[in-house]
Each structure stands twice: as C-alpha cells, then as structure tokens.
Design a protein around this ligand. Structure first.
Ligand code: COA
Length: 323
C-alpha cells in the first residue's frame, strides 16, 4: 500500500502586539479606509524583539504536536519555511529542533517567500512517501516587520508577523481511505524576481535588506498563476471545483482571495480568511489560516482542502489535502 502523509495536527502563534491601521496612519501617510478598501486588512501583529522566527516557530510546532497527540520522539524531520531567519545558520529549523528537545532526524529551512509553506509541505510529503521520515513538522514562520521599509506606505501596511505549523504522519493505510496529502504542485519563474524582492541579506553588507514590490504587477501575476495552479491540482486528481470543501489561500489581499473563490465557484463561507486580522504573514499565512479553521471546527475530518500561495521569486504552488 502506498504511503500517504496525514495532516495529524495544526498549531499557530501570533505575537502579543496587534497594530491597527489607525495606529500605522500616525507614522506613515495612509488611512484605515485606504488599507481596508484595497486589501481587506484591518490590523496586523508585530513581533517584539524576543519574538523571532525560531521563537514563534517553536510555539506553533509545540501546538501542532499537542494537537496530533505526538511527542518530540515522533519528529524525524523539521522543514521550516522562512525569509526572515534568526541567523544565516544554523537553520532556524534546528533552533526549533533543539528547543523542542528533538534529538534525532534532520531539519532545514526553505526560502520561497510567500509560497514557502507550500514548498515545505511538498518536500516533506515527498520524504514521507519515500520513507525518509515518518513524522515531519512543516512550519512557516516570519517576522516581515524586520524587513519592512517603514517609510514605504505601498508595502509597510500589507505585512505582519506570525507562525503556523502542521505535523505530518506517514500512513500506509491512508491510500485506501483517501486521506492525507493528495498532491502538491510547485512552480517558479526567476525572470520575475524583480517585481517582489528584498534588496539585501547577510551576504550583502551594502544593503539593509528591505522589501520592495511592484504591487500591480504582483497582483496581475497572482490572479493568473494561482488560477492555473488550482486547475492543475484538480486535474491531477480527477476532481472538479464542486469537490472542494475549503479554500485556504495565501492571505495577501482580500481582492485576490475573492477572485480565487469566485473562479472556484465557492461561496465566501467556504473560503478561510485571516488577512483582515493577520495581514500578509508570508510563509506563515496558509498554516495560520488552516490552524484557525481547524481549531474552530470549520474544517473537519474528511473535508477536501485546497491550499495555494504565490510569492517573491516568483514562486507559487498548491496542495490538495483530504483531512
Ligand atoms: N495608503 C494610501 N495611499 C497609498 C498607499 C497607502 N498605504 N499605498 C499606495 N498608495 C497610493 C499610491 O501612492 C497611489 O497614489 P497615486 O495614484 O497618487 O500615485 C495610489 O495609492 C494607487 O496605488 P497603486 O499601487 O496603484 O494601488 P493598487 O490599487 O494597485 O493597490 C496594492 C496597491 C499593493 C494593495 C495592490 O497592488 C496589491 O494588493 N498588490 C498585490 C500585492 C501582494 O499581494 N503582494 C504580496 C504577494 S505575496
């Protein structure tokens, strides 16, 4: 029987401090009305100095393990998506490994910007299916507040901090019951790297490392690419739009999310939305949304969940999961 990756547990962490649009409007020329109309964002969480990617990832991972009824001994792999790691190395995943008391297996970080969680999920799923691990933590953790240009109103109002995690378990019987990750699909187009990027990193001391974005271009590509990714996921599994119970999209902009929901013919109540409260938490946004809808009982066992995300790179992808 083929091995499937079961999504056994979910967890989330948000910083203590919520910052409203009105509060931002005190330091940058913007307004609550502009931000809400263009993006759907009402507030975002901003990390305190101690709330690093590793700190938040550890909290989300602990919650995911608890949700799965699993302990550190069950964790073989930690795959962590972040563009805002604590250090160049060790990988943030290994700081999490140490904090959780996991003493075996392996871990590494993935940098795929806002599509990072989908990338990490895909890699973990492949490793579980091929027997390289039996239990994997897949985490998205980001502190974009530290790479914002707080003078650039075109970007600084859009992002927030947080972490989300899932615990995957290899299951030999899942193929029979049709549970688990059905498929993932990854894409990238490096030639579009200049429409959304960070202009520096530890290897570039001449640059501070701030996020730069051509919002209109990103918007245009997001709608087209994500629609393609969704169609690809359904076709690969012989499914149609009507089979989808939940859309858990990347939370960048309510207008992009609404467009995707309409394309799929899904009523708004079948689309999980957190962008209003979390803003865009990049690689953390999909697992944060998934954790919220799982915890509040909306997404139940047996439901078919479609996740999709697009980010700087460009990177994009989808994952289809039967809970
Ligand atoms: N407050 C007030 N005005 C703002 C503003 C802000 N925070 N940010 C930009 N503006 C102004 C611009 O300066 C511009 O003014 P001008 O016409 O006088 O030059 C005007 O609003 C329109 O700007 P524009 O960038 O064309 O707005 P838009 O309708 O394209 O919306 C985004 C901007 C960023 C909300 C939108 O392009 C978007 O959501 N893009 C996708 C971003 C995304 O998803 N990124 C993450 C992908 S992972």
């Amino acid at each position: 029987m083929a091995i499937r990756s079961i999504l056994a547990g979910v967890g989330a962490y948000l910083p203590d401090r919520a910052v409203s649009n009105d509060e931002l409007a005190r330091t940058v020329e913007t307004s609550d009305e502009w931000i809400r109309e263009r993006t759907g964002i009402r507030q975002r969480y901003i990390a305190a100095p101690h709330e690093t990617a590793a700190f938040m990832a550890t909290a989300a991972a602990r919650a995911a393990l608890a949700d799965a009824g699993a302990g550190p001994a069950e964790v073989d792999a930690i795959i962590l998506a972040t563009s805002t790691p604590d250090q160049a190395f060790p990988a943030t995943a290994l700081r999490v490994q140490a904090a959780l008391g996991v003493t075996k297996g392996f871990g590494f970080d993935i940098a795929a910007a806002c599509a990072g969680f989908i990338y990490a999920l895909s890699v973990a799923d492949s490793m579980l299916r091929t027997g390289q691990a039996r239990g994997a933590l897949v985490i998205g953790s980001e502190v974009y507040s530290r790479i914002m240009n707080w003078q650039d109103r075109g970007t600084c109002v859009l992002f927030g901090d947080g972490a989300g995690a899932v615990f995957l378990r290899a299951d030999e019987d899942a193929g029979r019951t049709d549970r688990g990750i059905l498929s993932t699909h990854l894409h990238a187009q490096g030639t579009l790297g200049d429409i959304l990027y960070v202009d520096g990193a530890v290897g570039r001391h001449d640059k501070p490392g701030h996020l730069v974005m051509n919002g209109r271009e990103v918007f245009r590509h997001a709608v087209v690419r994500l629609a393609e990714a969704v169609a690809e996921a359904l076709a690969a599994n012989g499914l149609t739009q009507r089979d989808i119970d939940w859309l858990v999209p990347h939370q960048a902009n309510l207008r992009i999310i609404d467009a995707m929901g309409r394309k799929l013919g899904l009523p708004p109540e079948r689309v999980v939305i957190t962008v209003d409260r979390h803003a865009n938490t990049s690689a953390a946004s999909v697992p944060l949304a998934l954790a919220e809808a799982r915890k509040d009982g909306r997404i139940r066992n047996g439901d078919l969940v479609l996740m999709e995300a697009l980010g700087g790179g460009l990177t994009w992808g989808s994952a289809l999961v039967r809970m």
